[in-house]
Design a protein. Structure first.
Lengths: 279, 427
């Protein structure tokens, strides 16, 4: 059949052998209606005519809309169809039935949305931006929800929350200014495609400034204590030896006085290093 | 406080080592781990990576260019009040940064304010350390500088945890409280009056006399060259390894190996610097040459064993040259001028640091791989060690283990009263 529409054509291929013990799966991400061509090939040493070939969608057997071809000891089967809505998404399998069943599965999913896996932390009065994006996708639109428990409430009506869709279609942000503690909680960003929806969860935690302030003040108090202890210790040890210090000072002053009066020559034997100083 | 003729080489000096250890941790450890905040700032202010990087660059630049100011102030007031003020400024900068609403706010609070605080702490502390030690100077400096390596290990995960718990505002607040410990470290810097301190002039006189001191200027040139090449592997090693096909995790692990051997090198070299007789400059030249050689060999090594061996060698030798680099200075200019000398030195060698990484990046962009940048880095180091040979007493066989403070008295006096014989004094 020849198609005259302007959908993009996507082809996918799975190869099986008679010795494949595990079912073979391929995950395919699709965000827009497309023409799909799925091909499975089975390499077997047995008689190709004895193999029963069927195509299934989610365990429902599909009609006769597929081709079967045999070359040498390879059996090809091809299924062509169009995906235009979310009901047509899912898992399509080619099943080769001989003694054992050999199955290849194509899983069609809408693109996954990424948010943050860690909670986003911010402070009362601050502003923050929650972002969601998906790789290589073009959603029809994005929506944001906040949830308390299981109820999801659309966001974008409250005055301090602004939905900003990024410069590229594959990302969106929710900017919240003048945060309040009640603004904390779970937020959901949802991407709508022609072929379905995808959503992700972001947790927002709003802290009051007192939370880090308490450890801060504790550490400052500890530093003040340390400094006081160090300076007091020094004063105390100094007080214990005032006499010896004075004695040493007097000695030094005597020496310097005698050096000055004797001139520099007397210093030379004591001070000089054996090689000339400086160059 | 009694005037001493000789550095005590122990006693309270070990508390100064402890203080210097925590200070190098709190200044450089914080600076090195600041990359953790980088991602948060990019997201929070929705700015480009290059503009956010300026925060750390301004901080480093202010710290290094402000070092002479810190040193000059310490010659006038002693290290203790200067370092304590520096600690308060550094903590204040971080505190104000936690309230930031724009990137400019961060440039001013972290870059300018905290940077000035850091400028007032590091150079005076190392100079104070040199006053307290002469025989064990290298070991003391080496031990003190291990603070940088250990804190890089500890602070990066700590900051990451703070960020995940308190977000960047709360984390900055707590880093501010952490930086306040610099004040406590400053309190430990008991002033020590050495006999020659009283005879040397004020800060301006010292600075000008240093700028006319031939050996000091040559030493500055040598250290600037060394600094240009020194940082390159830290910046580019991981990228070079990934170019060779390494995965990110083993590459990061190799950096940790370099950090560990850096630590070992610092302590070993500190001990060696004191144990070996002769000018310390010779040891510096040895370590610098070995570092330069190991850097230049990096492009040649392809097999993992060779790369690991080279990384260990680079880490060890580059760590080994740091305490010795600081120990050469008192021998050159005397403990009286040590504060100003250190400050000036930090400022000039920072030019090397500022130029090194961008130059290496430029070479990489032009040549397509890191071969040229590693070779140039190695060449800078070898050139620096070449300049070191021109320092005085390099080839002398006589031991000059202690820099007698009295030597500076002779110098200073000779500047005013020329001695008729023996050629003592400067030409």
């Amino acid at each position: 059949t020849v198609k005259y529409n302007n959908l993009s054509m996507e082809s996918y291929n799975i190869s099986l052998t008679e010795h494949s013990s595990m079912p073979v799966e391929k995950n395919i991400t699709l965000d827009r209606p497309s023409d799909i061509q799925l091909t499975c090939q089975l390499t077997t040493s047995r008689d190709l005519n004895s193999v029963n070939v069927t195509w299934k969608k989610d365990d429902e057997i599909l009609g006769n809309d597929y081709l079967i071809n045999a070359t040498g000891n390879i059996l090809y089967t091809q299924h062509r169809f169009t995906i235009t809505n979310s009901k047509q998404m899912g898992s399509y399998s080619c099943v080769f039935q001989e003694e054992k069943e050999q199955r290849g599965t194509f899983n069609f999913r809408v693109p996954k949305v990424h948010g943050r896996n860690k909670p986003l932390i911010s402070y009362v009065g601050d502003s923050t931006v929650l972002t969601c994006s998906c790789d290589d996708c073009f959603p029809l639109n994005w929506t944001w929800y906040s949830s308390n428990g299981s109820v999801q409430v659309p966001v974008g009506i409250q005055k301090n929350k602004y939905v900003r869709n990024g410069t590229y279609a594959n990302e969106t942000s929710l900017k919240i200014t003048e945060l309040l503690e009640e603004d904390g909680g779970s937020y959901w960003c949802r991407a709508l495609f022609q072929l379905g929806e995808s959503e992700e969860h972001i947790e927002l935690v709003v802290l009051s400034f007192l939370v880090p302030l308490k450890p801060f003040l504790a550490i400052v108090a500890e530093v003040v204590l340390l400094v006081t202890i160090i300076l007091l210790c020094e004063k105390y040890t100094q007080k214990k030896q005032p006499d010896s210090d004075n004695e040493k000072e007097l000695e030094q002053i005597e020496q310097l006085k005698s050096d000055d009066s004797n001139g520099i020559e007397n210093n030379v034997p004591r001070l000089r290093k054996t090689e000339p100083v400086g160059q | 406080m009694a005037s001493r003729a000789e550095p005590p080489d122990g006693g309270w000096g070990w508390m100064v080592v402890l203080s210097a250890f925590f200070q190098s941790a709190l200044v450089f450890g914080v600076l090195r781990s600041f990359g953790v905040f980088f991602v948060e700032f990019v997201a929070a202010f929705e700015e480009q990576a290059a503009r956010v990087s300026w925060i750390a660059s301004i901080g480093i630049a202010v710290q290094q260019f402000g070092s002479p100011v810190g040193s000059a102030l310490s010659t006038k007031f002693g290290p203790r009040p200067v370092v304590m003020t520096g600690g308060i400024l550094a903590a204040l900068g971080m505190l104000l940064a936690s309230f930031a609403t724009s990137l400019t706010h961060l440039y001013l609070s972290i870059g300018l304010l905290s940077g000035s605080g850091w400028a007032l702490t590091f150079a005076p502390t190392l100079a104070c350390l040199s006053c307290y030690f002469s025989r064990h100077r290298s070991l003391a400096t080496g031990l003190a500088l291990t603070g940088v390596g250990l804190s890089s290990f500890a602070f990066a995960p700590l900051f990451q945890w703070l960020l995940s718990y308190y977000a960047w505002r709360g984390a900055l607040l707590l880093v501010s409280a952490l930086s306040l410990h610099l004040v406590a470290c400053g309190a430990l810097l008991r002033p020590l009056c050495l006999a020659e301190d009283t005879t040397v002039g004020g800060p301006w006189a010292q600075l000008t006399s240093l700028l006319h001191h031939g050996p000091f200027l040559r030493y500055t040139v040598a250290l600037t060259l060394i600094n240009t090449g020194y940082f390159i592997p830290y910046v580019h090693l991981v990228a070079h390894l990934q170019d060779l096909g390494w995965d990110p995790l083993p590459a990061a692990f190799l950096l940790s190996v370099a950090a560990i051997s850096d630590l070992v090198g610092r302590v070993a070299s500190g001990w060696l610097g004191d144990a070996v007789p002769g000018p310390v400059a010779r040891l510096l030249m040895l370590w610098t040459t070995l570092t330069g050689v190991s850097l230049a060999l990096f492009p040649v090594a392809q097999s993992p064993t060779a790369l690991v061996a080279l990384t260990v060698a680079y880490g060890f030798t580059s760590g080994a040259l740091t305490p010795v680099a600081f120990s050469v200075l008192p021998e050159l200019v005397g403990t009286g001028r040590i504060y100003c000398g250190l400050g000036l030195l930090q400022m000039v060698e920072s030019l090397g640091g500022l130029l090194g990484a961008p130059l290496s990046g430029y070479l990489r962009d032009v040549m397509g791989n890191y071969t040229a940048s590693f070779v140039v880095a190695g060449a800078c180091l070898l050139a620096g060690s070449g300049v070191l040979i021109t320092l005085p007493h390099f080839f002398s066989c006589v031991s000059a283990t202690t820099s007698r403070p009295q030597e500076l008295v002779t110098e200073a006096l000779d500047n005013k009263v020329p001695l008729p014989k023996e050629g003592l004094g400067e030409n």
